[in-house]
Design a protein around this ligand. Structure first.
Ligand SMILES: [Zn+2]
Length: 500
């Protein structure tokens, strides 16, 4: 039974333009031009792998040579004419498929140039399909130019590439270009459903959705994965079985892991990670799934509820991380995980990298972004650099006597004590920002901390109960220069801050 399904990708290769999934714009344009009898010298199909470029090239070749005549659609799978059948089977002498990756030299192209002089044998057109055309050498491209521009009337070139930017502009400008897009998840899911229905296989919708999502827009990947799943499902495709057999963490486990991280519970987070890895989930797989998980949270946080984007219905995601983490923290989680994925292939032990990230995720709510830090610093700078003698509205109500007494006390204060106090201030701020057990850092907290720190030992703070502390910290006893020194010391504590 398994053998019968091994070739799903080949068996369900589209035979007509209408069967080509997810490329409506390409299909309608090509069909229209064929109907009007416009056949280009050369076509250039570009787009991600597995989205139907080669299939479209073969369908076009069939249209050009179909015995029904110059029709927009060639014969279908049933009752195909001789030409269409030969092309499908790869036995047509008039349709030559060349792999650009392995036939990329000038000599290979010269051979093509010699061959095009001989007209087609059975069909109306001799069609050259060159896959991965971007792999041709620049010499080969140059040799090809003239032939593409002025080929014999019975010649048609169809180039396919996954890397359009590597195709020289001189080639592009001589081709009719079509950009193929990734196939939407829903479209792939529908096709998988139909295939399962046709083959008498029972399949859970969730399971098919997972396969469709996993194939990231590539029909070929989806069909290959379907084959794999069918091979161990025995005619009944279930999500649970897929998770078990293919080593996938599953949403419940990811929810549990994200919950532990959101609660700053590193021990549990490590334990759950170990549990997931012990169940056979590959480390890279877990990093990908976890990245996808935090991505979904970020999307939900931004009001997106579309299941095809999130991977699951939004209500299935745990509420805890959504409560404790805002967009900035979620972006950071993704940054950490994406960097981890890039790093694991060079790592002494991928598991160490992953655990390092898990540990960081477990205190994510306390993480502060550079932008927030900069804002906080700028606010602090505003407070601390207020010129001596300038008066805030609240201070206008103060008695001038208080100011005078401050001046007297301040004049005696030595630079030495100011510096040590400032060191202490800066250290306190840094400690509080990094280690605050109260949870998330806020701008007003930082503002408060910096001003409170600066107010330590302030004689004013004792004798003026009405004014908030941060208002009293503007040292009436200090010159503007001293305030600048203080600010710059605070700034120098913050990594990456440039003191202007
Ligand atoms: Zn035909």
């Amino acid at each position: 039974m398994a053998a019968r399904y091994e070739v799903t990708a080949t068996k369900y290769r589209p035979k007509t333009f209408d069967e080509l999934a997810g490329q409506e714009f390409v299909v309608s344009t090509i069909k229209n031009s064929l109907k009007n009898g416009h056949v280009a010298n050369a076509y250039l199909f570009s787009g991600p792998r597995g989205c139907g470029k080669t299939s479209a090239a073969r369908i076009l070749a069939r249209s050009l040579n179909c015995e029904k005549g110059h029709e927009a659609e060639p014969c279908g799978a049933e009752d195909a004419c001789d030409n269409c059948r030969a092309i499908s089977q790869g036995s047509s002498m008039d349709v030559i498929e060349i792999d650009g990756a392995s036939n990329n030299s000038v000599n290979d192209v010269r051979q093509i140039k010699d061959e095009v002089l001989f007209p087609p044998q059975a069909g109306r057109y001799k069609v050259y399909i060159i896959d991965e055309v971007h792999m041709l050498s620049s010499g080969a491209f140059n040799a090809l130019l003239k032939t593409i521009e002025e080929p014999p009337p019975y010649i048609c070139f169809i180039f396919a590439t996954t890397e359009l930017h590597k195709v020289p502009a001189t080639i592009k400008s001589r081709c009719q270009q079509f950009n193929f897009r990734l196939i939407p998840v829903e479209t792939i899911q529908e096709i998988l459903k139909k295939i399962c229905g046709d083959s008498g296989i029972k399949a859970e919708n969730d399971a098919l959705f997972w396969i469709a999502r996993e194939s990231t827009g590539s029909m070929r990947d989806a069909l290959t994965l379907l084959d794999q799943v069918i091979s161990f499902s025995g005619g009944n495709i279930r999500s649970e079985l897929i998770r078990e057999k293919l080593g996938i963490a599953g949403l419940e486990k990811l929810n549990a892991l994200a919950d532990a991280c959101a609660l700053n519970d590193a021990p549990s987070a490590f334990a759950i990670t170990d549990e997931i890895l012990s169940s056979g989930v590959d480390i890279e797989r877990l990093i990908i799934d976890l990245t996808g998980y935090y991505r979904s949270l970020l999307l939900i946080k931004n009001g997106i509820v579309k299941e095809s984007l999130l991977g699951y219905r939004p209500e299935l995601f745990s509420a805890k991380p959504l409560e404790t983490l805002d967009s900035i923290r979620l972006e950071q989680a993704m940054d950490l995980l994406l960097a981890c994925y890039r790093d694991v292939r060079y790592s002494v032990s991928p598991r160490f990298d992953l655990e390092n990230v898990i540990s960081k995720l477990a205190w994510l709510s306390k993480w502060v972004s550079p932008v927030e830090m900069k804002e906080a610093i700028n606010n602090a700078r505003d407070v601390l650099t207020l010129p001596a003698g300038s008066v805030r509205p609240a201070e206008q109500q103060r008695s001038s006597g208080a100011q005078n007494s401050a001046k007297g006390a301040g004049a005696a204060a030595s630079n030495q004590s100011a510096v040590s106090r400032n060191d202490q201030t800066a250290a306190d701020i840094a400690d509080n920002i990094k280690l605050s057990s109260k949870g998330s850092f806020s701008l007003s907290n930082a503002f408060d901390l910096i001003s409170k720190g600066a107010a330590v030992d302030d004689p004013l703070s004792d004798d003026d109960g009405e004014a908030p502390m941060w208002e009293s910290e503007i040292k009436k006893d200090k010159t503007e220069t001293e305030n600048h020194v203080q600010v710059e010391q605070v700034l120098s504590m913050i990594p990456g801050t440039v003191v202007s």
